[in-house]
Design a protein around this ligand. Sequence first.
Ligand code: G3P
Length: 217
Amino acid sequence: MKFFIDTANIAQIKEANDLGILDGVTTNPSLMAKEGIKGHDAIMKHYKDICEIVDGPVSAEVFGTTFDEIIMEGKVLAAIHENIVVKVPMIKEGVKAIKWFTDNGIRTNCTLVFSAGQAILAAKAGAAFVSPFIGRIDDSSWDGVQLIEQIVGIYNAQGYMTEVLAASIRNPLHIVRCAEAGADICTCPLVSILGLLKHPLTDIGLEQFLNDAKKMQ
Ligand code: G3P
């Protein structure tokens, strides 16, 4: 399973990249706004900066909701850097736009996916990635990871090439369960990635080893 980081924060992207396990980045308008990015030029520069840090797909989301708006914005985003993937919402106009981008050699990430039916449509349109939001599903007392299992099963049965990108990750257990469910990618906040490191027995064991190591010096 590949690891993407779900943030527009440059320091966090660098920290995850320095770990050596980062395969890509996802952003969305909320994450960009959180970093205080405002205006066309600042947005373009920010995506370019991210692409220069991470050697992998970087999802940049369109703001438009009509076919023409999505196509116009997506073309501009895709021109920033070869690693840019145009993130398109799962709406009727979005599906049409994903098909257009696919036919024109531009990779897309279909976002705001909450059902297997939506994931089938995204794959049929040729999305490179589909983003089921598992944390938000859990928030509504459904099991988000079950949706990942279902989509992975359908894509395998049908031979769809779209990669399942588990999004809206809230904790390290989500990452582990997505790996079990066969997700191709997990996009996570830095805190969830770092949470995978934690185990009290590791800390206790290391302390003991370091104490014993002193006895040998
Ligand atoms: O980038 C989309 C997704 O990961 C959002 O996560 O935590 O806002 O539900 P969250």
